[in-house]
Write a protein that binds this ligand. Structure first.
Ligand code: ADP
Length: 477
């Protein structure tokens, strides 16, 4: 699928829209809950608060009655608190102090009062109550509280009645409503802004990473993936994984190019030689026996080289696919090392052997011999003054076999790749440094198949040590 700018944007548009939607839905849900609570909790809360207020006003009025304060101050209390007060003495004389006008339910003297307030019943209830007071709610146009208590003054006993509207005042309600509308607008605006900021923050690394991925798809392996300063572990992990994958892809691509270059070179060179010498035989040497034999020798050598190359390729692919079978036997590693050394001393290559013990290992003798041969063979190509050293030393439960030379060494950048197939430090295919570039990767495949460890210690212009550690069965004393 092609990822063009437009499709990235439309997908991220989806991300932004969805973030906004989730935020807005979340904020709306909270607002709805708040509304609901407000509508259901406000009236009872208001009612309880009002009863408390009425009770404390009643306390005030009682004090005023007991202390014989002027009636005008009762009016003041009624007006100030928007309620109406009634004081009735034992003789049925009633004084009304009305601070709410016609809405007063207990003031039957009002011309339009249709309320059926039952004075006698109220008195009964107050007398029946344990604390000398009684209140109830009544719907008289709007909700009202009717409160009554007995007041004992020195002039006699009074009944104090207070009537107060309970419904939250309209202005108060409107204020709350307006506040709620403002709150709703603010919360939704905040949700939108927050969602835009968040979506932008989340989408930024996606946009840059998608762009990088696009470049990668166009085979640009120098891209890097960046979480764009987003400190979410997931993004950083994603960026790291993609960077790792890119580095691996780059390596594979370089190897692929190397492979084509090396294989075509390695196969082409002997083939060219074979063709050239065949022509020479046809043209010059077919009648000269000595020259003919010389030319046939070259052809045979080049054919062997080709055969060797193909064999190595096959072996490596079998090692890598895991189809190779090892013939495991117990054998003396010191003996094998000395046998291989002998092959080199026959070619006038001096190899010094050094061992702290005699080790018996369980392994494929031929294949391990192949690895040792490869290590020594490479060392012969690069050694300078000192003879090559083959060393066996104990390393915990394993024996370390090292081949040490005083050659050119390997640079730290090349060290990571040296075991890769077709990897050669010298890329100009010098014919004198013959080799398929497969030796070390085959050696590594064999070592891994034995569950052994391997490594190189090398310093440029000082020398290299190639080693593997393989578990031993026993040490011969
Ligand atoms: P080749 O057949 O080219 O020797 P190898 O896989 O055996 O292939 O080695 C890969 C490369 O590692 C060599 O081309 C060489 O550049 C480097 N190399 C191997 N052994 C040594 C050594 N002892 N000293 C320096 N470089 C080495």
């Amino acid at each position: 699928m092609k990822l063009d700018e437009k499709s990235i944007k439309s997908k991220l548009g989806g991300l932004r829209f969805n973030t906004w939607l989730i935020f807005t839905l979340f904020a709306s849900a909270i607002l709805v809950m708040l509304w609901f609570l407000q509508l259901n909790l406000l009236p009872p809360y208001y009612r309880a608060a009002k009863i408390g207020t009425v009770r404390s006003i009643a306390d005030n009025v009682e004090t005023m009655v007991i202390s014989d304060q002027p009636l005008s101050s009762m009016y003041q209390v009624a007006r100030d608190n928007s309620l109406c007060i009634q004081l009735a003495d034992n003789y049925g004389n009633k004084s009304n102090f009305n601070g709410i006008g016609t809405g007063c339910y207990i003031d039957k003297s009002l011309p339009n009062n249709t309320g059926d307030f039952d004075y006698t019943e109220m008195l009964e209830k107050i007398k029946e109550s344990s604390d000398g007071e009684y209140n109830y709610l009544i719907d008289y146009g709007s909700q009202m509280i009717v409160y009554g208590r007995l007041v004992d003054a020195h002039l006699g006993r009074y009944i104090l009645l207070i009537n107060s509207p309970v419904t939250p005042e309209k202005a108060g309600l409107e204020l709350i409503q307006n506040q709620f509308v403002a709150l709703t607008v603010l919360v939704l605006a905040f949700a939108t802004i927050a969602s835009i900021i968040l979506a932008r923050r989340i989408s930024r690394p996606f946009i840059t990473m998608t762009k990088s991925a696009k470049k990668l798809a166009e085979r640009n392996f120098d891209v890097s993936f960046d979480a764009k300063g987003i400190k979410f572990n997931e993004f950083e992990e994603l960026a790291d994984s993609l960077n790792y994958a890119t580095a691996e892809l780059k390596k594979v691509d370089e190897l692929r190019l190397d492979l084509i270059a090396n294989v075509s070179h390695d196969i082409k060179t002997p083939l060219t030689m074979i063709m050239a010498y065949t022509e020479m035989i046809q043209d010059f040497s077919k009648d000269d026996k000595n020259l003919l034999l010389e030319h046939l020798d070259v052809i045979s050598l080049e054919a062997k080289h080709l055969d060797n190359l193909v064999e190595n390729m096959l072996e490596l692919s079998m090692l890598q696919s895991g189809t190779i079978t090892l013939e495991l036997i117990d054998f003396n590693l010191n003996d094998l090392a000395n046998e291989i050394i002998k092959l080199f001393t026959h070619k006038n290559q001096e190899v010094v052997f050094e061992a702290d013990n005699t080790y018996i290992i369980n392994a494929d003798r031929v294949k391990i011999g192949q690895v040792i041969y490869n290590f020594i063979n490479n060392a012969t190509k690069y050694r300078r003054h000192k003879p090559i050293k083959l060393k066996l030393s104990q390393n915990d439960n394993a024996v370390r076999l090292s081949v040490i030379d005083d050659g050119v060494g390997i640079s730290p950048e090349d060290l990571d790749f040296i075991w890769d197939r077709y990897y050669r430090i010298d890329k100009n295919f010098a014919r004198e440094q013959e080799g398929s570039g497969l030796g070390l990767s085959i050696a590594r495949g064999i070592i891994i198949a034995h569950n052994a460890k391997y490594g190189i210690v090398s310093k440029e212009n000082v020398g290299s040590e190639f080693y593997f550690d393989i578990n031993f069965i026993s040490i011969l004393k």
